[in-house]
Design a protein around this ligand. Structure first.
Ligand code: GUN
Length: 297
């Protein structure tokens, strides 16, 4: 049996199209475009690539993109002043401070300064708390994208065994909360978990978010499991290659013959993150304007 390939790229394209349509409606109803402010401190090459693609996607969805690029030696006071200005700016619905920040800046303090109602990353403790107690807030983009792919494929997740590998605040913990809200039986596994292969073997749903290339092996998986691979790891270049291949946290070629369905890397979870960011920004715009959020978002 060969697993079905879960096409995150196609799903994300459809979501972006819906967001684009709803962004047009928002503009008609409110008289302004929804706006996303992205703050990049320093010149980390990967962050520059992400910020550029966020900008392009925001504009393509018919929303306003405000980019703020600050030098690597920006003081916390200056960064906080910018965040404060964006909190008060009515044209800005969502604020995203690109992580990681340079070492001299306190990430938690900066995130805490963002208004929870504009925190489209869902990183603020208020939004983490809202998710934990089942109130509506903002959910981090990557896990929200994963749950969308899972419910699209499986429908009702009630009673399914889900194993999340990784316990980060950005993916693992919110992922577990979302699965729990969907009535799955959830285990969070991590680097200290004993017998990880045995734990994974129980799972109808595996979400791998550890950042270790091809760590999850085919033999660990239950027959027919649905596998969501959040990892993006670059292998060392093979002979004749300029750059190494991008691979996930799951050994895709092995897993393909055991899993029921699996997300590829690239083209699985990755494209969902930006699509959900646009979705969260538009949700923020509707809420900030006092309008009902459309169901289709
Ligand atoms: N750096 C890598 N991914 C993300 C993300 O989703 N949000 C922010 N703010 N920074 C990131």
């Amino acid at each position: 049996m060969t697993a079905e390939r879960i096409d995150g790229k196609a799903f994300a394209a459809r979501l972006r199209e819906r967001v684009g349509e709803m962004a047009g409606q928002f503009e008609q109803w409110s008289g302004r475009k929804a706006g996303l402010a992205v703050v990049l401190v320093g010149e980390d090459p990967a962050s520059q690539v992400y910020v550029r693609s966020k900008h392009k996607a925001t504009v393509a969805a018919g929303m306003e993109s405000f980019e703020h690029r600050l030098p690597a030696d920006t003081s916390e006071t200056d960064l906080m002043a910018l965040v404060d200005q964006l909190n008060r700016d009515e044209a800005v619905d969502g604020i995203l401070v690109q992580l990681p920040l340079p070492d001299h800046l306190d990430e938690q303090a900066v995130i805490a300064a963002i208004s929870p109602n504009k925190d489209v990353d869902g990183f603020h403790v208020t939004n983490a708390g809202r998710l934990a107690v089942g109130q509506s807030g903002f959910v981090p983009c990557t896990p929200l994208g994963c749950i969308m792919l899972l419910t699209d494929r499986l429908g009702d997740l009630s009673g399914l065994e889900a194993v999340v590998i990784g316990r980060s605040n950005i993916v693992g913990k919110p992922m577990a909360q979302l699965l729990l809200d969907a009535n799955a039986t959830v285990t969070i596994a991590h680097s200290r978990t004993k017998d990880l292969p045995g734990v994974v073997k129980r799972a109808d749903i595996v979400v791998a978010a550890v950042g270790r290339a091809e760590m999850v092996k085919a033999e660990w998986l239950k027959d027919g499991a649905t596998v969501i691979d959040v990892g993006i790891n670059r292998l060392p270049p093979a002979e004749g290659e300029e750059k190494g291949r991008l691979v996930g946290d799951v050994d895709y070629s092995g897993a393909e013959s055991v899993a029921g369905a699996i997300t590829p890397v690239p083209g699985g979870v990755g494209p969902m993150t930006i699509a959900v960011l646009l979705r969260n920004t538009l949700v923020a715009a509707y809420r900030n304007a006092g309008l009902d959020v459309p169901e289709s978002l």
